[in-house]
Design a protein around this ligand. Structure first.
Ligand SMILES: NC(=O)c1ccc[n+]([C@@H]2O[C@H](COP(=O)([O-])OP(=O)(O)OC[C@H]3O[C@@H](n4cnc5c(N)ncnc54)[C@H](OP(=O)(O)O)[C@@H]3O)[C@@H](O)[C@H]2O)c1
Length: 338
């Protein structure tokens, strides 16, 4: 079997998960290099990796570059993806910089794996909350045609990177150690816009058009692009919750053709990458604490709307660092080398 020289750029929460996923899925790696802003050695589950300071020359000989660095003008992908491509690598980027570029495929393999073949050097990995939603909705869309989606996300701290996880930990320790006498803490230089320990807030990304946040718009635009259907009406509210890892979503859909909750349950039980846990009478439904480290998307509470015949509710949970980022990126790499 042919083997590939692979680079992982970023050694934060997603980059570290990528190293785990590459190993677990036996990706055919010849040589693996890890880059971040500064050089150091890291230990992932007892295995040591040398992290090198990223530079254009570092991409010489790399076949596949998995980017998990920061976004934006001076971010890792904008700065170094062109350098990697120039030296012959195919880039798979986890950030938002290239996702909506019409020349860049945006791929969730369970939905639009064929789009990988259209790449011109870069393939984008969607936002974590989009990935788990489209995996859960795609089988229903194919069967009954989804016309409308209303989604509320409950997003974990690790979705905002390692600094946000540290913030949640620090605030939780401070409040608990005071014996819950007050739930307010003052932490300097917070990674997130609000206190997260013992709190929730409806503010992920910056506020923009229609008073939606950028994270809410990602759910709209990325879903349209991945599903190749811009007609679906999508409204989103994204909420940060004090969970370490694992995003949850309450999703309401309206379909063109009626589909019962039972039929949807059966359809999703047979679909690739989905695990249905749906026995509320026995208190069985997906929860973030149970999905950490898992690669599938978990669906439960599938039920008919009481007032709208073609309305269905679903509760969708997934590990944002695995299926929401690293696993999806490595699956794209698998499609690429197939
Ligand atoms: N967290 C999630 O659930 C999630 C899900 C989907 C997509 N994403 C996306 O994945 C990317 C990584 O997120 P994360 O949560 O892993 O962030 P993170 O924990 O903050 O880690 C960021 C990593 O990127 C490195 N980095 C930053 N700027 C860089 C540059 N200019 N050149 C090279 N490396 C650079 C950092 O290096 P140092 O360690 O040396 O500082 C760090 O290792 C982001 O684009 C994010 O939007 C995240």
């Amino acid at each position: 079997m042919k083997k590939y020289n692979v680079a992982v750029i970023g050694a934060g929460v997603v980059g570290i998960e990528m190293l785990r996923v590459l190993k677990e899925r036996n990706f055919p790696v010849q040589d693996l290099r890890v880059f971040a802003r500064s050089s150091r050695e890291i230990d992932v589950d007892g295995q040591k990796y040398a992290v090198e300071a990223v530079s254009p020359e570092g991409f010489k000989g790399i076949d596949i570059a998995l980017f998990a660095g920061t976004e934006g003008e001076k971010g890792a992908a904008v700065t170094f993806a062109p350098e990697a491509i120039k030296r012959g690598a195919v880039v798979i980027d986890n950030g938002a910089d290239f996702r909506m570029d019409p020349k860049v495929p945006l791929v969730v393999p369970e939905v639009n794996a064929a789009d990988v073949r259209k790449h011109k050097g870069i393939i984008a990995n969607p936002n974590c909350s989009t990935i788990q939603m489209v995996v859960a909705l795609w089988p229903i869309h194919k069967k009954a045609g989804i016309k409308k989606i209303i989604v509320t996300t409950l997003q974990a701290s690790s979705g905002a990177g390692k600094a946000a996880v540290e913030q949640l930990k620090e605030e939780t320790v401070i409040i608990s150690s005071r014996g819950f006498t007050s739930v307010h803490v003052n932490v300097e230089n917070r990674a997130m816009p609000q206190q997260l320990g013992f709190n929730v807030f409806p503010h992920i990304g910056g506020f923009s058009e229609c008073d939606y946040t950028s994270e809410e718009w990602k759910l709209v635009h990325e879903t349209h692009k991945i599903m190749h259907d811009k007609k679906i009406k999508i409204s989103a509210t994204t909420i940060r919750v004090p969970v370490r890892t694992g995003h949850s979503e309450s999703v309401y859909i309206e379909t063109a053709k009626p589909i019962t909750a039972d039929a949807a349950r059966k359809l999703l039980s047979r679909a690739a990458g989905i695990v249905v846990i749906d026995d509320p009478a026995k208190s069985l439904y997906p929860m973030p604490k149970d999905v950490e480290g898992r690669d599938e998307v978990f669906v439960g509470r599938i039920r008919q709307d009481c007032f709208e015949k073609k309305g269905l509710w679903l509760w969708v949970v997934a590990d944002n660092l695995r299926k929401g980022a690293a696993t999806n990126a490595v699956q794209i790499a698998e499609c690429l080398v197939k």
